[in-house]
Design a binder for this molecule. Structure first.
Ligand SMILES: C[S@@+](CC[C@H](N)C(=O)[O-])C[C@H]1O[C@@H](n2cnc3c(N)ncnc32)[C@H](O)[C@@H]1O
Length: 218
């Protein structure tokens, strides 16, 4: 059987943390909100433990965060944490790319380390763009050819990872700067540069899953 995020969270053996960029991601997300400007509402799609989102929500009580994930177990755990920590500006719901069913727009749509697991990454991209309000911005990481090489190199020791990244290894959901521009009709830009990330950080140096953002015309 293939890898299942629901089983992963159900097992309960997971820790809170951002998948790409770790503890730095909250600082980066806050810098991104400042860069976009006038941000009232943020959506995080495939939020997982929503570590950066919780952190920035606590620092920015004036901004509302709507966080979605395909796995009900992590959504439940996040709701529990929000209740326990008395955080009022973060909400959690189940939603699955490429058809989230979410019926509103957001100033910032944030989708980190998720498209690797979606078979139709282009449809997912169009959905994320639909959720992005005019004048807003979409930030995401995506799987490219370098990530495919990495995924193809995963050995038996990395059995779970190999299953999780099977679509990438098979080249079924790869994207590129050019493809993103063609699908969205707007050019992606480097997210790490926009948020002034350390150029020597391992996640910035990594060429396999670039982090980009796209501004939507007002
Ligand atoms: C590697 S984790 C990343 C979590 C978080 N965004 C981060 O950066 O730490 C991938 C998350 O995407 C979720 N996911 C996988 N496929 C999805 C889909 N089709 N739609 C929405 N979420 C999905 C998983 O349940 C998991 O929580």
């Amino acid at each position: 059987m293939g890898f299942s995020w629901e089983s992963y969270y159900d097992d309960g053996d997971w820790e809170r943390g951002a998948y790409v960029g770790g503890d730095d991601m909250a600082t980066h997300l806050e810098a991104f909100l400042d860069r976009v400007g006038d941000v009232d509402a943020v959506a995080s799609i495939g939020c997982g433990p929503a570590t950066a989102e919780f952190d920035v929500a606590a620092r920015r009580p004036d901004v509302s965060f709507a966080c979605y994930d395909a796995a009900p177990a992590v959504v439940d755990a996040n709701r529990e944490k929000a209740r326990a920590d008395d955080v009022e500006n973060v909400a959690f719901d189940v939603a699955t790319l490429p058809d989230t069913g979410v019926d509103r727009e957001f100033d910032v749509v944030y989708c980190m380390a998720v498209l690797y697991f979606v078979r139709d990454a282009e449809a997912a991209l169009r959905e994320l763009w639909r959720l992005t309000a005019p004048g807003g911005a979409l930030a995401f990481t995506y799987p490219n050819r370098n990530m495919q090489s990495w995924a193809q190199g995963l050995g038996d020791d990395d059995h779970d990872k190999r299953e999780a990244f099977a679509l990438v290894a098979a080249g079924e959901n790869l994207l590129s700067y050019d493809r993103i521009r063609d699908v969205l009709g707007a050019s992606p830009r480097n997210y790490w540069t926009a948020v002034d990330a350390d150029p020597d950080a391992d996640y910035v140096q990594r060429s396999g899953s670039p982090a980009v953002y796209v501004r939507k015309q007002a």
